[in-house]
Structures are given as C-alpha cells and as structure tokens.
Design a protein around this ligand. Sequence first.
Ligand SMILES: [Zn+2]
Length: 330
Amino acid sequence: MKAITLTSGKFDVSDIPDLQVAPNEVLLEPLAVGLDGTDVALLTGKWAAADGLVIGHEIAARVVKLDNENADLEIGELVSVEPHLYCGRCRNCCAGRPQLCSNKRTFGIHLNGGLCQRLVVPEKNCLSVGQLDDPIRIAMAEPLAVAIHALDVVPIPCAARVLIIGAGPIGLLIGSLVKSFPVTSLAIFDTNLSRRAGAGRLGAIVPDTSESIQSGAFDVVFDAVGRSETLELALGCIAPGGAIGALGVGGKQDFGRINLWELFAKEIKISGVRSGVHSQARALKMLPGLQLDLLGVTVYEASNVSQALADIAQCRVGKAIVALDQFFDP
Ligand SMILES: [Zn+2]
C-alpha cells in the first residue's frame, strides 16, 4: 500500500507492506490528519524518528474492515483515532495515569501514523464520532483532548484571571474552553503578530509585549510554548497561590530558571501537561460547537505535507490539517 514516509528530513510517497487485521483490530482508511509541533520536531530531528516513519497522530478515518463480529463499529463508519497505546501493567497505568505509561507508544511517532492508505489500530482506539460527518473537524479531536486535559490538570477557579502564553492551536483551544468558565479575564500572549490576531478574534485581551504583562497578576497561566523564556514569563506573572500548566513541547536539554524564594513565598504550583488521555471522547462531544474559523484551520492537500509543516514552523498557519481524499485511492 501507499504511504507518505519520512526519511532524513524528506517526505516521499512510498510502498509499504500491507497490513493484516488481527482479532479486536480495525482496518481504517485515514481521511484527514492534523499536524502539529510534534511533527515538526520529527521532521527536523529534534525528536528521533525511525527511517520511513509515517507521521500523523491526529487522525480521522473510515472503518474498512473489522475482525470481530461483536465490534461496536460498522464498516463505513467514521471514527476518531485515540493515538496512544498503553501497556496497562506499569506503575503509572495501574495508578490511572496511562499518559505516563513507561511503555507508551503512539501512532505517528513510534508507530506508523495516519498519512497512509490504510492503518490498523486496536478497536478500543477507535472512538465513535456520533453525528459528526466532517473528517477535518473530527481530526481536531486529539488536540482538543490535550486542551481538555490541561484543564483537568490545572482547574480554573471561579473568577480567575487567566493568561495563556502561545496563541498556536493548543493555546487557542485552551482559550476556547476557558471562555466558557466564569473567569474575571482571559489574556493570550504571543510574540507573533498573526497569532496575536487569532487571539484577538477569540475575544481575549492580547498584550503587545511581554513587558506589558503585569507581574503577579494571574491566578492561572498556561505555557503553551515550552521555552525557558516562556516559563520564566509564567513564573513572573503568576499571583500568590496560582497554578502554572506547562504544555509546550520543549527539548530534553531545555531548562528554565525558577526563583526558589517566589516558589516558596507564593506557594506556586507548576504542573506538566502531557497527552489528552481519557479526554478525547469528551472532545468529540464538544467538537460540534468548536469554531474552526476562529482557530485558523487551514486544509492542505496530501502532496503539500512539507509546506504544511514549514507553515507551522514559521507560524504562518493556525491549525494545519491534511485532507487525504482520494490521494491514495483516486
Ligand atoms: Zn503502562
């Protein structure tokens, strides 16, 4: 079968071996695949990618074949793929934290992902999409699940003053969720002018510069960038008793300075926020009301994956989604 494979920083359409469907697995035809900073990291080598990897972990697909007559799914049904595989046996899985599974593998990162003609995943990783019939919208379920998980990890107190650093897709998705809470204020900061415009469309307060953000003025800060300077900005503007959610995917060698006196004196909480485990089904319930136009969703043809990732890296696009309609099956 055909797939878009990544080798040494270059994408090619290649033949890869056909897949067999084992019991309790499902053969899928991917229809739309969202791309994000993780895919840029795989392309640039910031994250290790096996030669010939098929990227794409934000997957909307159609069921082609089942090997379980008792499956809850039907041939032809659209599904959202929950992209993570957990062992279910390690310490974190047993403690209800499978996102921290020490044996976790993810389609599109460790295993071949969605930019291909066919994909086999366990039936339990195929989530029903209800009445949703637009693969582009369904592909937003995984990033929305990350945003929901952020609010699970760092709850929003009533009347909170909230700052989101980074107006990329995850920052804006968190902003969309925060808008439905009874907050005092929502501010979204980004150094990029077009991303600031996106935050403005969402109705947030949009500071022009980091210097204009008042010190100690926010009860909750989400860092959706993940650089030392954005963590330090978050620490500078968090109020006493406040909480910081750190979502941005930094590098393994990235460090940020923490003022230990402020950490102690203000009782600041800092929480890492990883993948949206157990929140993707909830994301699917919320997807019908998600305003894709506010999020700057741009649809790319499958022949333009390199361009999509370049646009993500250069902040020229809000959310990039690759439509696979008939690319492999014309
Ligand atoms: Zn585990």
